[in-house]
Ligand binder design. Structure first.
Ligand code: AHG
Ligand code: MN
Ligand code: MN
Ligand code: MN
Length: 311
């Protein structure tokens, strides 16, 4: 009937304009588009921002001008989206209120930024959660990273972790993302890359490395997402493990561990803190650290067997 159609139409319009009511998956797609749209400007701004600022971030790391620049661009791009209510970043102590919306984004504006001095690859990571931060990886509705390599690409997935399919995208000069292949880990692993210093590895992890290094070849470049990209392309395992000097490792759960676990698991692999999927770790803070191991399932299963149950 005319009247009810008009009423339904008005209701639908209200939903469309009510940011808090927007479907989290639609918001997640918009967030991935916003990161892709910002990528060319981030990349263009790197050459003039290779200097360290006289500043430390919440993880106690030296901050590059490029870290702050990327963070400001991404906060503007993501914070303005309808449905995004919270923006958090490696470079900010606490989350920023981004208006109404049930969706929260946690961002590593530049992952591997120390590679800027040596002109090696680095990237930008976004984790999109349906709910407040800090959040469990099970609350992810999307994750992605941009890789500033010879080609600017994005690897991303949308949906609940269990249903996610992961694709690679070309990021054009205009900041559009053009879908390329679906990302699936090759069955036969080829590469490994482990962070930290060898003497600082706990004995059980060192024993695992002894096994692995006879089977795989070392590829470690100092930017997690560039090293994970090699694992996604060639099969293998990346880890920044627990260290004797840092039992929780170096990488942060909200904007490094969870999104990378989402993507590698979505590509048919596994993630682990040494005992369980990173997505099952209880979130206690925006900057909480976690030992990160991701890659082919058999290699992660062998890792969990190798690490003492004591963990
Ligand atoms: P970020 O640049 O965002 O602080 O991340 C750096 C991390 C990660 O990208 C990489 O795997 C790791 O630091 C490298 O650490 P080392 O320099 O100790 O190898
Ligand atoms: Mn950093
Ligand atoms: Mn990082
Ligand atoms: Mn960073």
């Amino acid at each position: 009937m005319e009247g009810s159609d008009a009423g339904d139409e008005a209701a639908r319009d209200d939903d469309a304009t009510d940011p808090a009511a927007r479907d989290p998956v639609a918001v997640a797609e918009a967030a991935l588009d916003a990161v892709a749209a910002a990528a060319p400007e981030i990349r263009a701004g790197l050459p003039g921002r290779r200097r360290y600022l006289d500043d430390e971030n919440p993880s106690g790391e030296d901050v590059l001008a490029a870290d702050v620049y990327a963070d400001e661009l991404l906060e503007t791009a993501l914070g303005d989206l309808d449905g995004v209510g919270t923006y958090a970043s490696e470079e900010r102590e606490s989350a920023v209120d981004a208006g109404e919306g049930s969706v929260s984004v946690a961002v590593d504006p530049l992952d591997g930024s120390s590679n800027l001095a040596s002109n090696n690859p680095m990237g930008s990571i976004v984790a999109v959660y349906d709910g407040p931060l800090p959040a469990s990886g099970r609350d992810l509705v999307a994750a992605g990273f941009v890789l500033y390599g010879p080609v600017t690409t994005m690897v991303a997935g949308v949906g609940a972790p269990a249903d996610a399919t992961v694709h690679e995208y070309l990021v054009t000069e205009e900041g559009d993302r053009e879908q390329l292949e679906r990302v699936r880990l090759p069955d036969d692993p080829t590469v490994y890359g482990f962070g930290g210093r060898v003497p600082d590895w706990p004995a059980d992890f060192a024993a695992y490395v002894d096994e692995i290094e006879d089977e795989l070849k070392l590829r470690y470049g100092g930017a997690m997402i560039a090293d994970v990209s090699q694992v996604l392309s060639y099969g293998g395992v990346f880890a920044y493990p627990a260290l004797e000097s840092a039992p929780d490792g170096k990488l942060r759960l909200q904007f490094e561990g969870n999104p990378v676990a989402y993507l590698v698991e979505g590509a048919g692999g596994r993630s682990s803190d040494g005992a369980r999927s990173l997505l099952d770790i209880e979130a206690t803070g925006i900057h909480q650290r976690v030992p990160v191991h991701v890659g082919n399932a058999p290699l992660i299963e062998r890792l969990e067997t190798a690490l003492d149950d004591v963990r």
